[in-house]
Design a protein around this ligand. Structure first.
Ligand code: FCB
Length: 443
C-alpha cells in the first residue's frame, strides 16, 4: 500500500465499519423479529433465501472481532445497534440481554483503545413496526426517538460519535420505490412518505438527544456520482433528476430545510400533507456528516416511462463483483462538494468505502491485491479533498468482515477479514495486513 498514516493530518481517524444485522446473528440473544428476517423468508427477495440469523455470529465472537480491529492498528470502529435486539416489539419492554450486549461491546472497544462510532439505525426495523407501516407511518419519528433515547441512556456516555440513520436513500428509495431492500415496495406514494419520514425521524431524534445532553450527533448519507449517458439535453436532465433524488434530497433537507425542485416535480403530489411545516425540525444543526461512497452511474432519458423517466447505465471502468465501477474521483468530488455547497467547515467522515471481490483462501492466505489498490486510490482521493479544503476527519473501510450483503446474500465479500460461512473462521486478507502496516502508530 502506497498510502500511510503519516500522509494524513495529525489526529485523522482510521476505522472499519460493520452493521448489526449483517454480522451479529439475529437468532441469538433474544432479539425480536425485524423486517429483514421476514423479507429474507419470502421467496425471491434474497439470493438463495439467505438471511442474517447466524451471519458471522459476531454476537458470540465479538471479542475476537474487536481484537482484529486493535491488531489492525485501527483507531475507531463504526458499528450499529439493532432496534429489534434492544426493543423486540419496537416499543415497550426492552430486552435487557440486548442492551447488555452493546454495553459490553462498547466497553470492549474502549479497553482496546478503539473509539466507538455508533449508528442507531442500519435497517433492522422491528417487524411489529413494519406491520404498522414502518417508514410510511408518521409515528415512526416518535418510535425512533424513544428507541434512540433508550440506547443513548446506556451507551451515550462512552461513544465518540453517534449517527441517527444510515443511508436514508436506501431506507426510503431503494426499499419503497425500487423494491430491492425490505420491505420491497415499488410505489411512489410509499416512497414519498418514507423519503420524508426518515428525515423527520432524524430531526426529532437529534433534537431529543441534544436535549438529553448528548453531543457529536450526525447522519450518514450515501452518494453515487451521477453522469449523463450522453450530452443531449434529455440525458443531462436525467442525470440532474437522479442527482436530485440520490445526492441532494437528504443533504439539502438537513442543511437548508428544503427539497430540490427536480425531485419534488415527481414526488410533490405524493408527499404527506403539510410536509413543509416539518422542514425546520428536519434541519436541526448536526455536528458531523458521514459520507458513504462506492461508485458512479450514468443516466439516460427513458421517454414514455413515468417519472423520473430515467434509465441507469454502467460505465466502462474496471468493476468490483458488485458490478460497480471503481471511480475514486467521485469520492473527492463529493467531499469537496459537501464542503463547498452544504456544510462548510463541519467535520466530514468517510463512513463507508470499500469493494467486494471474489476472495478465496489459498494456503491459509487471501491475496486481494485489487482491494489494496482500491483502498489506496480512495485514500488518495480523500487526501486530494483535504487539499481542496474539505474538513475530512476520518475514513472507515467497509467492511471489517465479509458479511450478509442484504438481498445479495453471502456471495459479495467486502471484508478486510475473510469469513468462512460454514466454520465461521476468520482469516485476515492481504489488505488487512497492508492496512495494519500503513496504520502503524507514528513514531
Ligand atoms: C451500503 C450499506 C452497507 C453495505 C454496503 C456495501 O449501502 O450501508 O450495509 O451493504 O453498502
Amino acid at each position: 500500500m502506497k498510502t500511510a498514516r503519516k500522509d494524513f493530518p495529525e489526529g485523522f481517524i482510521f476505522g472499519a465499519a460493520t452493521s448489526a444485522y449483517q454480522i451479529e446473528g439475529s437468532a441469538f440473544g433474544s432479539a425480536g423479529s425485524c423486517h429483514w428476517d421476514t423479507f429474507a423468508a419470502t421467496p425471491g427477495n434474497v439470493v438463495r433465501a439467505e438471511d442474517g440469523s447466524r451471519a458471522c455470529d459476531h454476537h458470540g465472537r465479538w471479542r475476537e472481532d474487536l481484537d482484529l480491529l486493535r491488531d489492525g492498528n485501527f483507531d475507531a470502529y463504526r458499528f450499529s445497534v439493532s432496534w429489534a435486539r434492544v426493543l423486540p416489539e419496537g416499543r415497550g419492554t426492552p430486552n435487557a440481554e440486548g442492551i447488555d450486549f452493546y454495553d459490553r461491546l462498547v466497553d470492549g472497544m474502549l479497553e482496546r483503545g478503539l473509539k466507538p462510532f455508533l449508528t442507531l439505525y442500519h435497517w433492522e426495523l422491528p417487524s411489529a413496526l413494519a406491520l404498522r407501516g414502518g417508514w410510511m407511518n408518521r409515528d415512526i419519528a416518535a418510535w425512533f426517538t424513544d428507541y434512540s433515547r433508550l440506547v443513548m441512556s446506556r451507551l451515550g456516555d462512552r461513544v465518540a460519535a453517534t449517527a441517527t440513520i444510515n443511508e436514508p436513500w436506501c431506507v426510503a428509495w431503494l426499499s419503497h420505490f425500487l423494491g430491492i431492500h425490505a420491505p420491497g415496495l415499488r410505489d411512489i406514494r410509499a416512497a414519498a412518505h418514507a423519503m420524508h419520514n426518515v428525515l423527520r425521524a432524524h430531526g426529532e431524534a437529534t433534537a431529543a438527544l441534544r436535549a438529553d445532553g448528548h453531543g457529536n450527533l450526525g447522519i450518514v448519507l450515501n452518494f453515487d456520482h451521477a453522469e449523463p449517458a450522453s450530452q443531449t439535453a434529455e440525458d443531462r436532465a436525467a442525470a440532474t433528476t437522479q442527482d436530485a433524488i440520490f445526492n441532494r434530497w437528504f443533504i439539502e433537507a438537513v442543511t437548508r430545510g428544503t427539497y430540490p425542485e427536480e425531485a419534488l416535480s415527481g414526488l410533490g403530489p405524493h408527499m404527506p400533507g403539510g410536509w413543509e411545516a416539518d422542514m425546520a425540525r428536519i434541519s436541526q444543526p448536526i455536528d458531523w456528516l458521514g459520507v458513504n461512497y462506492y461508485t458512479r452511474h450514468f443516466h439516460a432519458a427513458d421517454p414514455g416511462a413515468p417519472w423520473p423517466a430515467t434509465r441507469e447505465i454502467t460505465g466502462p471502468l474496471a468493476k468490483t463483483t458488485m458490478g460497480w465501477e471503481i471511480y475514486p474521483e467521485g469520492l473527492r468530488n463529493f467531499l469537496t462538494r459537501m464542503a463547498r455547497d452544504h456544510v462548510g467547515d463541519l467535520p466530514l467522515y468517510v463512513t463507508e468505502n470499500g469493494m467486494s471481490w471474489d476472495d478465496r483462501v489459498e494456503n491459509g492466505a487471501v491475496e486481494d491485491a485489487a482491494r489494496i489498490a482500491y483502498i489506496d486510490g480512495h485514500l488518495s482521493a480523500v487526501r486530494e479533498a483535504i487539499g481542496d479544503g474539505a474538513n475530512v476527519r476520518g475514513f472507515f473501510y467497509w467492511s471489517l468482515l465479509d458479511n450478509f450483503e442484504w438481498s445479495l446474500g453471502y456471495e459479495k465479500r467486502f471484508g478486510l477479514v475473510h469469513v468462512d460461512f460454514d466454520t465461521l473462521k476468520r482469516t485476515p486478507k492481504a489488505s488487512y495486513q497492508a492496512l495494519a502496516r500503513a496504520l502503524a502508530p507514528r513514531i
